[in-house]
Design a protein around this ligand. Structure first.
Ligand code: G3I
Length: 371
């Protein structure tokens, strides 16, 4: 009788220790031998307005991305006006806590300033002027933070879903050369900064192949590109682990680092067939599309934890190819997915709940390294 009881007690003690381990271990410590663990921070967090949020950010993560504040509309709102205030604050927070900083993002068709494609007369600028404007934007901002900002999302979302170039005004005016110009200017402004191409749906075969085409084209012209940023706005069952693995392997074969730059897992029904991050598309809300306004049922909490665990088991397996995993937001209450693609829903995308407590998914992620 004594032996089985001792065994049961030992197992219980071990289980207790392991959940205690999960609670006490931070993401950055747990994954320190694998890859950086980052988080996207909003303006209030960059301003350190809430001590509890600052403490959670600095205790759990070792990489920072500004969720919005370093986009063109904020940093370069008028032709001759640059605004460095928020980037300075972000750097201060990061450097005081020994964190890696990603500049997000230099060239993106969205969250741009209205002047960018216009002459003083309101006409559309030509390619030469566009190239000058991109050069000034990049050399001023990247140059300002030379040796301080570790890496840049140089070009964001230049691909359409079929893998061809997105027909943005950058592309319509500048052709595909706007991409190589942007990378050249960034490299000239800070030769040591890491330079990335960043996009969503990069696991889908057509878009994945489009990104590989961009990487190979830059490399064939001896233009520096260090990494591909796979945004990772995913759902409980898409994309499949097999497809994520194939993409990791294919990107790594091009010789660049793979980064998962905007990870969140939506548990809500999607009005589309596949997850996306095209912010121009929106749908109307209704109760069927917002099933958990008052809390997430345990069964779905478990599904989310398992999904996160499956993803991190794969990331751990390929940690030699992965440089960083960044969560797109600190806690569920702040996730952009609460308002996209339908406004005003209640989603549960991240590892910390609305009270900033670690969820089952947090423990599940930590345990992928421990086990
Ligand atoms: O700051 C204004 C505020 O003054 C105003 O009262 C409020 C009213 O709606 O809007 C606030 O601006 C919002 C901003 O986020 C800051 O919260 C914008 O409306 C809203 O559109 C904007 O959304 C951001 C989105 O990019 C815009 O494209 C999300 O926070 C941000 O998470 C999201 O991030 C992008 C990545 O940069 C690139 N990849 C896709 C990802 C998700 O779309």
């Amino acid at each position: 009788m004594k032996k089985p009881l001792t065994l049961i007690l030992a197992v219980l003690a071990l289980l207790g220790q392991s959940s205690l381990f999960a609670q006490k271990t931070s993401l950055k410590d747990a994954f320190k031998d694998k890859f950086l663990m980052g988080v996207a921070v909003n303006r209030y967090q960059i301003n350190q307005s809430n001590k509890k949020e600052t403490d959670l950010i600095t205790s759990q993560f070792n990489a920072l991305t500004a969720e919005n504040d370093m986009k063109w509309m904020h940093m370069h709102p008028k032709k001759n006006t640059f605004n460095f205030e928020q980037a300075h604050k972000l750097l201060k927070l990061a450097k005081a806590n020994n964190m890696f900083v990603v500049g997000h993002t230099l060239v993106w068709h969205s969250q741009l300033a209205p002047w960018v494609f216009k002459t003083v007369n309101g006409d559309t600028i030509d390619n030469l002027e566009l190239t000058h404007r991109i050069e000034k934007h990049i050399s001023t901002i990247v140059g300002k933070y030379k040796g301080k900002i570790d890496a840049w999302d140089v070009v964001n979302e230049a691909l359409a879903e079929d893998g061809s170039y997105r027909k943005s005004l950058f592309f319509q005016i500048g052709g595909e050369a706007f991409i190589e110009n942007a990378f050249r200017f960034a490299h000239a402004a800070d030769p040591d900064a890491e330079l990335y191409y960043n996009d969503y749906n990069l696991i889908d075969a057509k878009k994945r192949d489009g990104a590989i085409r961009i990487i190979n084209s830059l490399k064939s012209k001896n233009i520096k590109i260090d990494g591909v940023g796979v945004q990772a706005h995913w759902s409980l069952d898409e994309p499949s682990i097999e497809d994520i693995e194939t993409a990791i392997e294919m990107y790594a074969q091009t010789g660049v680092k793979v980064m998962f730059t905007e990870l969140d897992i939506s548990v809500l029904p999607s009005p589309w067939n596949s997850p996306t991050a095209d912010v121009s598309v929106r749908f109307e809300n209704n109760p069927a599309m917002d099933p958990y306004p008052n809390g997430l049922p345990d069964s779905v909490q478990d599904q989310l934890a398992k999904r996160y665990a499956d993803i991190f088991k794969l990331f751990n397996k390929h940690s030699d190819k992965i440089g960083r995993v960044t969560f797109w937001g600190l806690h569920d209450g702040l996730s952009w997915k609460n308002n996209f693609p339908i406004r005003g829903r209640t989603d549960y995308t991240l590892l910390f709940d609305r009270e900033m407590k670690p969820k089952k998914a947090f423990n599940a992620v930590i345990h992928t390294v421990k086990d």
